[in-house]
Design a protein around this ligand. Structure first.
Ligand SMILES: Nc1nc2c(ncn2[C@@H]2O[C@H](COP(=O)(O)OP(=O)(O)OP(=O)(O)O)[C@@H](O)[C@H]2O)c(=O)[nH]1
Ligand SMILES: [Mg+2]
Length: 510
């Protein structure tokens, strides 16, 4: 069983002379692309093959639906690349109940991959990526870590910076641990780079793969399923698949909460203590709720701590009255407030509106903008004021801004009130963090702010000419659909360029 016996299942990495010799004889390298949906596995496969072979595009749902291979020559190697659909998330249990697709993955990579390329997007190593990595180990055995290379897509976001430094400095502990588990083997791809640059990237990856092959005496990774596949040569393809799928099914747990088998189980004694701690925690929460209920009723608007706990009481004076609309029209000033989770492109969007490099904007593992800042420009007959914000909307703001100073500055800099709040999110990446940021915006300004919100998607280029409306309509991300509906359908997309310092360019769109 995989769950309880994953150690027992750790495949013996073959280092024998026989396999080394045969690997060298065939001079073949099998590379298996793995990772969560949408990270750029197919695009990375195409970069390695140096041609558009696998279908790769931005989509709300998974693009690749079945395993597929492609091959090319690299130096003196015959390279075989296996692209995979979503085989590694907990949802695979529903999508592939009969283990057919996972069986095909095994058969197409038999007698075993020389390297597994775990593809993840630079700056976006999420819980889903971590689960995909756990899924890879669940499917192939924990020993696969000795064959894994972490491949970051969107290398261009490093803007010339060093990947090593990025990985060293990231505050994403899970990512640091993953790279350490893979013995530091990582590289970055810009899958949209020009041919020469892409070749150099492939060279870097192949250098790491060659080292792996050397370390393992030329032999591919193997385990009992691959060994079984090796013995089925004389059978029909259907029969081979049936046998492999059967073996995979026999290894998987059968109990109802199968999804939980991705997580390492603590020993029984610890489990009992965890259960007790969870129960006490729940009782304590209940107690807190009961204590706060009567308080909320007697609280007056303006109390500082009502900001987050009682947003309705703190609804800000959004100027909608006649008096204010007249003064707004008199001054012909528009105040736009940029909001959203860290790293979505708020400052870059601000720069696009201002048509110059005004706010600091770059990819980083930690938040770049640390304080509210304003910039202004003319647009048509309007004086536009843009307010860029640091991380004021995540639950962590309670620790980062305990005295409400930064949130206070945000209020003062947008007084007498913003005309629009631009909720910035990245196309194709509306995560739980984005949702929490939106809840944080409503907590800070009151739920009425939704009537002033516009959802701004960055990375418009990923639509590749497609329609944003269609993207939003077709997405299977319910939270995103609900957000856009809550904002009255107001949304638009930005492809934010890199503005040279001190630049100014005429805007091409509104
Ligand atoms: N800018 C940029 N975009 C990339 C890069 N790599 C991939 N993309 C884009 O990311 C989107 C998703 O890429 P895919 O290759 O389809 O992703 P996938 O992991 O194969 O997705 P599924 O098949 O759904 O699992 C596409 O729009 C790609 O063009 C990169 O290095 N830079
Ligand atoms: Mg794909």
């Amino acid at each position: 069983m995989l769950l309880s016996g994953s150690e027992a299942y750790r495949p013996p990495v073959p280092t024998g002379f026989q396999e080394f010799r045969s690997a060298l004889q065939e001079h073949r390298l099998r590379l298996l692309l793995a990772g969560r949906s949408g990270t750029g596995k197919s695009a990375t496969g195409n970069s390695i093959l140096q041609r558009k072979h696998f279908l790769s595009r931005l989509a709300a749902t998974a693009v690749t639906s079945a395993c597929a291979t492609g091959s090319c020559r690299w130096a003196s190697w015959d390279v075989e690349v296996l692209d995979t659909p979503d085989l590694f998330s907990p949802e695979v249990a529903q999508a592939d109940p009969g283990f057919e697709e996972r069986g095909r993955c095994y058969l197409l990579s038999a007698p075993g991959p020389h390297a597994v390329l775990l593809v993840t997007q630079l700056g976006r190593f999420t819980a889903q990526d971590l689960r995909a990595w756990q899924g890879v180990k669940a499917l192939f055995g924990a020993g696969i870590a000795a064959r894994a290379v972490v491949v970051f897509t969107r290398r261009e976001d490093l803007e010339g910076g060093s990947l090593q430094q990025y990985v060293r400095d990231t505050d994403n502990r899970a990512l640091r641990e993953l790279v350490a588990e893979c013995r530091g083997r990582c590289c970055a791809f810009d899958n949209r780079a020009a041919d020469g640059e892409r070749e150099a990237q492939v060279g870097e990856l192949m250098g790491l793969v060659e080292e792996l092959v050397r370390d393992h005496g030329g032999a591919p990774y193997t385990n009992d399923v691959y060994r079984l596949a090796q013995t089925l040569g004389g059978l029909s393809p259907e029969e081979r698949l049936r046998r492999v799928a059967e073996r995979l099914a026999a290894r998987a747990p059968t109990w109802p909460l199968a999804g939980l088998w991705w997580w390492p189980k603590p020993p029984p004694g610890i489990r009992y203590k965890l259960g007790l701690a969870a129960l006490l925690g729940a009782l304590f929460l209940l107690y807190l709720l009961c204590r706060r209920w009567p308080e909320a009723a007697s609280r007056r608007p303006g109390d500082r701590d009502t900001l987050l706990s009682d947003p309705e009481a703190y609804r800000p004076p959004v100027p909608t009255g006649f008096q204010e609309s007249r003064s707004a029209l008199q001054e012909r000033r528009l105040r736009l407030l940029l909001a959203g989770r860290s790293g979505t492109g708020k400052s870059a969007t601000g720069n696009s509106i201002l048509q110059r490099k005004h706010f600091l904007s770059r990819l980083a593992a930690t938040a770049v903008t640390s304080a509210c800042a304003t910039g202004s420009c003319r647009w048509a007959s309007w004086d536009v004021e843009v307010l860029d914000t640091p991380d004021l909307f995540s639950p962590e703001v309670a620790q980062a801004d305990p005295g409400f100073e930064e949130r206070g500055r945000c209020y003062l800099l947008s007084a007498p009130g913003p005309h629009a709040v631009l909720l910035v999110t990245q196309l194709g990446r509306f995560t739980a963090q984005d949702l929490r940021a939106w809840q944080g915006v409503k907590a800070l300004f009151g739920a009425g702010i939704a009537a002033r919100a516009v959802v701004v998607f960055t990375r418009r280029e990923d639509l590749e000419g497609g329609s944003l409306q269609q993207y939003v309509r077709d997405t299977n991300n319910r939270a995103l659909r609900e957000l856009v509906a809550e904002c009255g359908g107001r949304c638009c997309a930005f492809d934010n360029p890199e503005w040279p310092t001190g630049s100014g360019r005429h805007r091409s769109g509104s």
